[in-house]
Ligand binder design. Structure first.
Ligand code: ADP
Ligand code: ZN
Length: 803
């Protein structure tokens, strides 16, 4: 092994292959596969991060081979499984391999090289001297310097007074803390205590503590806080030899509060049957995929927990994926309460440092159970015994940026690699998964009944056209208001959902019809009453709410559409005594806010939980007996063949929040389309019937699961560039692919302009297309150089949204 193949951290087509480096003698014994290293790259002194993906004892080309400069971490950060997974991922998502490797790692490992200026020799001009202060080295951030300064720097570099270097900054560092421990025995400490000066109160406190805790090593900040002393007292004590101070690695613990322990429940027959089947595969190292289809409140979580228990008992680990952890604190607490410290959590609510620490606990084998959202599918667990994906139909499982992976497909890949079962659970499985179960690609496990055989809630469809005919412009129908009043009288709780998928409150001038739009995007701005701002939900643009119409200077600007704030105001007017908790992006911005709001609701401090889709998932509150959906239609109107499916899933999911314990529940769905199929079927909550009827429609229209889909998007600064490019690609694909597939489009994307870029797309529908991979790779290669002109191509396999 004199040479190593290194994947460099430069995501371009030209660098999307390992580069060969020399293994320097001083590192020969230390280098291992999957290690992070620093390597020189390109001309000059530029240094970057890379990953070792192979070794060899010869090189195939002539010319100088540069040596590896240094090791970043003492141990490999990517294991064999992850190396293979990254290669597969790169191929199937049409992305660079380095992007795939980085996606799998905590973001602190995305080390970036920094340019620094190093003083070498002699006096600097005064202007530069001021820039350096007492530092020998400063960061060279051209953007922050004036032209004048830049000129001076270049001159100083030429004169040899300064040199430009590159350093790779590693942010992945464990947190270190100082621990303090008694160094002397109790009798000696007692003797010292008797002798210290009467007024040395702090020293006395410390000595007494040491005498009482002869064996404890305590974190210095904790000791300082407990005793009310300061660091200098401890420093003095260390100098006198009373205590020893040591530096240890500390793990940042993301759960501060204690979690109540819970124990396995006695399973019902359906649950037991499911666990038995899954356990069979765990014990036989069988990489089977199960679809656990259970109505809401059927006890799927208990099946997950007991199946994971089987994996742990067999000496293996368990991976559990949930759509969005912040939205499902109850689920996380159940897992934590069952498996305690064996659990690690990975999700977007953690700080970068916390994530890195959780990642290390998993990597080192201290955590055997991982719970997390989408990216947790890359958790470095070894010897996995089971992978669970709760709410498998959820669209958050699809990554919308490169690499555009499907969590389900990655989970299945890891199931194969680890020879372990994958359990996909849902009350409303994706049609793709349900169809695979029909074809016996997956094994179907059913939980058809609610726990305690409680009936599913009774669903009432409220025809809002009648309400409008009665000249009511309220967001609430009379029947829903009556139902809420009944719950208030009975001291039961209500969940109200405002369906805002692709929908929000906008500002319209009643005089001229002007709608205030984003200057950067083809979309209207959303009214945010709090803060009095208009906001673009695509690019973040903000401006104050205008008082007069920018178009006609009229004074009749009015908010149209419905937002949670507006509904809350109305609710306060109709039911002034009701206590309302509002849950939406605005009230849940802060870390832990979801959990706090839900805990307040759970402990009965509110009568009504009003929120967006984020309240549809996973909530299990026994006192909720009413669910109201204020506007069921908006998700039906989206230009997307999955509109029915998404609406049905959402309505079923949110309806399932009612009547989960011993009290019966009911649901009111307000709609302008009472006869639409998704609404009618949500009334009976009969997923199987929905599946059959929706499959007929998909079959007629040649949509998934009968066809696979892939979307190609061209984006550019000028609309004609985007359009021109996508037409060229369509022509090329028409020639390169067999005629067994269907190309939809090209068309402008549903929102054609976002952040001043234009988007055009086409969709390929195919069953089996032998030339697809190579044709799309050709497209990417061909347009690689177009990025210089601001034209970008992206390829999205199995997109979840067609907007
Ligand atoms: P789902 O995820 O299918 O909607 P949950 O797993 O949340 O359902 O279960 C619904 C409720 O039933 C929970 O409060 C859970 O504790 C309870 N439960 C689940 N299984 C059992 C069981 N075997 N015996 C008693 N209660 C159970
Ligand atoms: Zn915008």
């Amino acid at each position: 092994m004199q040479f190593a193949q290194v994947l460099v951290d430069v995501p371009t087509m030209q660098t999307d292959k390992p580069f060969t480096y020399q293994v320097p003698a001083q590192l020969a014994g230390d280098l291992k596969l999957g290690m992070r290293v620093i390597v020189p790259f390109g001309r000059g002194k530029r240094k970057i991060q890379g990953f070792i993906v192979g070794f060899s004892d010869h090189v195939d080309f002539k010319g100088p081979v540069k040596p590896i400069s240094a090791i970043i971490d003492p141990n490999p950060v990517v294991n064999d499984e992850m190396l293979k997974l990254s290669a597969w991922l790169a191929q199937t998502t049409f992305s660079f391999r380095i992007s795939c490797v980085l996606t799998m790692l905590p973001s602190v490992m995305r080390a970036k090289a920094k340019k620094v200026l190093q003083r070498t020799d002699g006096e600097l001009p005064a202007a530069l001297q001021a820039l350096f202060g007492d530092h020998e080295q400063i960061e060279f951030d051209q953007a922050a310097l004036s032209d004048e300064q830049t000129k001076l720097i270049l001159k100083a570099v030429q004169a040899g007074q300064l040199s430009v270097d590159y350093v790779v900054k590693n942010h992945a560092k464990p947190k270190l803390i100082t621990k303090v421990q008694a160094h002397l025995g109790q009798p000696q400490l007692q003797k010292i205590l008797d002798q210290v000066a009467k007024n040395a109160v702090a020293q006395q406190k410390l000595l007494r503590w040491l005498i009482d805790h002869p064996k404890d090593a305590i974190a210095q900040p904790t000791l300082i806080k407990t005793l009310g002393i300061n660091a200098s007292t401890i420093k003095t004590a260390a100098q006198k030899g009373w205590v020893t101070q040591s530096t240890v690695e500390a793990l940042r613990n993301p759960y501060q509060k204690p979690i109540q322990k819970n124990y396995p429940l006695q399973l019902n027959a359906d649950q037991q049957n499911a666990v038995d089947h899954i356990a069979d595969s765990i014990h036989n190292d069988n990489a089977k995929v199960y679809l656990l289809e259970g109505v809401t409140g059927s006890g799927k979580t208990e099946v997950y927990l007991q199946a994971m228990q089987k994996a742990l008992a067999a000496g293996k680990t368990a991976l559990m994926l949930v759509p969005e952890i912040a939205l499902t604190p109850q689920m996380v607490n159940r897992v934590k309460g069952r498996f305690g410290n064996l659990v690690a959590m990975l999700h977007s609510g953690l700080s970068m440092g916390e994530k890195y620490d959780e990642w290390r606990r998993i990597d080192q084998g201290d955590a055997k159970v991982v719970v997390g959202a989408r990216s947790a599918v890359f958790a470095p667990l070894q010897n996995i015994g089971i992978i669970i994906m709760d709410e498998e139909h959820d669209s958050s499982y699809k990554q919308e940026d490169t690499p555009r992976y499907s969590t389900r497909e990655v989970a299945k890949w890891r199931g194969q690699y680890n020879h372990c079962p994958v359990v996909l659970g849902s009350a409303t499985p994706s049609l793709e998964s349900r169809a695979r179960a029909s074809k016996h690609v997956y094994e179907l496990l059913m939980l058809p009944h609610r726990i305690n055989n409680q009936a599913l809630p009774a669903v009432h469809i409220v025809d809002m056209r009648n309400e409008m005919a009665n000249n009511v412009t309220s967001d609430f129908s009379q029947s829903l208001v009556d139902a809420i009043k009944l719950r208030l009288a009975r001291k039961e709780q209500t969940v109200l959902m405002l369906n805002r998928r692709g929908y929000s409150a906008f500002l319209l001038c009643r005089d001229c019809g002007f709608v205030l739009k984003c200057p950067n995007c083809d979309i209207s701005l959303t009214v945010h009453l709090k803060g009095h701002q208009m906001q673009c939900h695509y690019c973040g643009y903000e401006q104050p709410i205008p008082n007069v119409c920018p178009n006609c200077q009229g004074h009749h600007l009015r908010t149209f559409g419905t937002g949670t704030e507006k509904v809350e105001q109305e609710l306060n007017q109709i039911l002034p005594d009701a206590r309302v908790i509002r849950m939406d992006v605005d009230t849940t911005k802060r870390k832990g806010a979801h959990e706090k709001l839900l805990a307040r609701f759970g402990s009965g401090q509110a009568d009504i939980l009003l929120g967006t889709q984020m309240i549809a998932k996973g909530l299990d509150f026994p006192n909720v007996t009413l669910v109201g959906v204020l506007n069921a239609d908006t998700s039906l109107e989206l230009p997307d063949f999955r509109a029915n499916e998404k609406t049905f899933q959402l309505l079923t999911q949110v309806s399932g929040r009612a009547g989960r314990a011993d009290k019966a529940g009911s649901v009111y769905i307000q709609t302008f389309n009472p006869d639409s199929q998704a609404i009618q079927l949500a009334k009976t909550q009969d997923y199987e019937q929905f599946y059959r009827s929706e499959m007929r429609l998909r079959h007629l229209a040649n949509y998934p699961p009968y066809f696979f889909t892939i979307r190609v998007t061209a984006s550019a600064t000028y609309e004609n560039q985007a359009a021109g490019t996508i037409y060229q690609i369509a022509n090329f694909l028409n020639g390169a692919l067999t005629n067994r597939n269907i190309i939809l489009g090209p068309t402008p994307s549903a929102i054609t302009r976002v952040n001043n870029k234009y988007y055009y797309q086409l969709i390929i529908k195919y069953k089996h297309e032998p030339n697809l991979q190579s044709a799309l790779e050709t497209v990417l290669n061909k347009y690689q150089s177009a990025t210089r002109h601001g034209i970008y191509i992206s390829i999205d396999p199995e997109p979840v949204s067609f907007m």
